[in-house]
Design a protein around this ligand. Structure first.
Ligand code: SAT
Ligand code: MN
Length: 597
């Protein structure tokens, strides 16, 4: 039964029913009953497996097609009317051409299938931050994931009323053909069109496609920001909570940082960390001349491998019920799941992420270990399961931000932490972010690439305009957050990590908070303010101040080369379109390096 009389919604649905020709159409109201019925159908067709309901109540297991395991950046397009509005970092397709191409692929693609119509909200329904969407899909897996990751409810349609202000999401698996896979965003039409994939980031259209690509464009037009950032709160012993947002590229530990458990030296004193979000922050100006952030999502789509009781006990606890596991190891007898790094006892005689027989310790012809879980295998878990979820998670006004952190995966160059001198310099620091690529996107892993603000794959408009938008926001906000850069991933010459990371990152957050409060000094270096090594609390850590000095350095040679590389990147990618302020910051960096050489 139709859940609305909104003509804009009905016309949109009808247009794609006519094109895709599903046998059946079903409106999703998000009720438990409906989701259970859909689960039953998906289990009966083998699309989904039910996990052991005693050990993992409400949990499900799914494998994607082998050729469909990550976001496909090469096949992701920003279809703005003018090419210059997609900018030099996005693939662009003319919207007319894109609609024609995708319509041809989608013609009749749902014959023999059901089209599900999912009304969903990004952000708390009815709140000022919230934005609504309707996703059409032929995948029950997508329906079930969207019901965890977003707020799926008939209430969305009630709130929407007769309005046209909703994002149109169109998805079909079609035939899962790689050569016909397209993830197209049409920012001026509030539309996303995704064909031939069944993998998370390509098909859960509320996530990267809407909450980042479309929303970043909306934010630019409407004076707010959509960022690839986690949001966390650090409660100090006096009860005051400081909120921090942090941008890292995919699979660089955002979920781990967001759910961090502080080391004993902090818990003893009463410090606590609360999670508001692990991937996306929508940021607006608010009371007291500050920036406020909400997490528009309702769940976590986290990387499974490496998640364990030690690395992230909160994430693991979050996944023990009502969670969907994708592309991990499945034990068909016990109906349990496993992934590399979960524990030291990989199961025997089970199925790997491709559905092949697999046993822990299996090696290939060259003697290399065959992994059971795909490196980008994921859990989709409800936020409300998270033991450290912030009480502010649903606060419609968001949380006030004291600090913004940028961070990448860099074996060399970037120190453990440094602070930008001011907002403008902070925007520069974000714009020069670079990181080694991970398995979260299809392509080579471990190659250093520029990834400004961790938004390279997610900025829905011209990145030069995006930089300008950041600069402009700074001009409008009186009590701006301080901006920092961190790097947990420095290695020695043998490739060993020099910083323990995980919970111990609290020691860096502590310094950051004290800087925000103005209660600790810093050393001025050519790249910004750095901690005095003795100001990082090393209590309980097997690390000396001398060890720490190794990762709190600013090597002039390395940074001079870095400055050259930034100059090349700026000039070759953006040329004259880059805001002048950023060229000025680069000139300042070069001058600082010369001065202190
Ligand atoms: O696949 S997603 O884009 O949803 C996750 C990620 O790559 O960050
Ligand atoms: Mn992400």
């Amino acid at each position: 039964m139709e859940l609305t009389t909104n003509k804009n919604v009905l016309d949109f649905v009808q247009k794609y029913v006519d094109l895709m020709k599903p046998d059946k159409v079903e409106w999703i109201d998000g009720s438990k009953k409906q989701l259970n019925e859909l689960t039953k159908i998906a289990v009966s067709t083998g699309e989904i497996y039910k996990c052991n309901q005693k050990l993992l109540p409400g949990c499900l297991y799914h494998r994607t097609a082998v050729n469909d395991v990550a976001r496909v950046e090469g096949r992701t397009f920003i279809c703005s009317r003018e090419q210059k509005n997609a900018g030099p970092t996005n693939n662009w397709m003319d919207p007319k051409e894109a609609y024609a191409k995708l319509d041809a692929i989608a013609d009749g693609c749902m014959k023999g299938r059901t089209m599900y119509i999912i009304p969903f909200s990004m952000g708390k329904i009815g709140s000022k931050f919230a934005k609504y969407g309707i996703e059409l899909t032929d995948s029950i897996y997508v329906v079930l994931n969207m019901a965890i990751m977003t707020r799926v409810s008939a209430k969305v349609l009630t709130k929407l009323g007769d309005s046209d202000d909703f994002v149109r999401g169109i998805h079909s698996k079609v035939k899962l053909e790689e050569e016909n896979r397209y993830i197209c965003q049409f920012p001026e039409d509030n539309t996303i069109y995704s064909l031939n994939s069944g993998y998370g980031g390509n098909v859960l259209l509320g996530k990267k496609c809407f909450a980042l690509r479309i929303a970043s464009y909306q934010g630019w037009k409407e004076g707010w920001m959509a960022e690839h950032m986690l949001i966390l709160g650090v409660q100090k012993p006096d009860g005051d909570i400081k909120y921090i947002t942090a941008a890292f590229p995919s699979a660089c530990g955002k979920t781990n940082l967001a759910m961090l458990i502080p080391p004993e030296t902090y818990t003893k004193k009463g410090y606590k960390v609360f999670t508001v979000g692990d991937d996306i922050a929508w940021i607006r100006r608010g009371k007291g001349g500050m920036l406020y952030a909400v997490n528009p999502e309702n769940g976590f789509f986290g990387v499974a491998p490496g998640t364990n009781v030690k690395s992230n006990p909160n994430a693991l606890a979050t996944t023990r019920k009502d969670t969907i596991f994708t592309n991990v190891v499945y034990d068909p007898k016990k109906k349990t799941v496993w992934w590399e790094g979960l524990d030291k006892n990989p199961p025997k005689n089970v199925l790997d992420w491709k559905g092949n027989k697999w046993s822990g310790g299996m090696v290939d012809a060259e003697g290399k270990i065959i992994k059971g879980a795909h490196p980008n295998s994921r859990f989709t878990a409800p936020a409300k399961n998270c033991p450290c979820l912030s009480s502010e998670f649903e606060n419609p006004k968001g949380v006030p931000i004291s600090a913004i952190i940028f961070g990448g995966r860099r074996a060399k160059a970037a120190p453990l932490v440094y602070e930008a001198r001011d907002w403008k310099h902070g925007v520069f620091v974000g714009s020069i972010m670079a990181s080694e690529t991970t398995a979260a996107a299809a392509g080579a892993v471990g190659v250093v690439r520029h990834d400004p603000m961790a938004m390279l794959p997610f900025c829905g408009y011209n990145m030069a305009d995006y930089f300008q938008h950041w600069l402009d926001m700074g001009k409008k906000v009186k009590n701006k957050p301080k901006i920092f850069n961190v790097n947990w991933f420095r290695t020695d010459d043998e490739g060993n990590f020099l910083w323990p990371g995980f919970g111990d990152n609290m020691r860096v957050l502590d310094w950051i908070i004290r800087r925000c409060e103005g209660v600790v000094d810093a050393v001025e270096t050519p790249i910004g303010y750095m901690p005095k090594p003795e100001d990082i609390n090393l209590d309980g850590l097997d690390m000396s101040v001398d060890d720490l000095k190794q990762i709190l350095d600013c090597d002039k040679k390395v940074w001079s080369a870095e400055a050259e590389d930034i100059e090349n990147y700026y000039r070759s990618k953006f040329g004259d379109t880059l805001p002048k302020e950023l060229y000025a910051e680069l000139a300042k960096l070069k001058k600082n390096l010369r001065k202190r050489a």
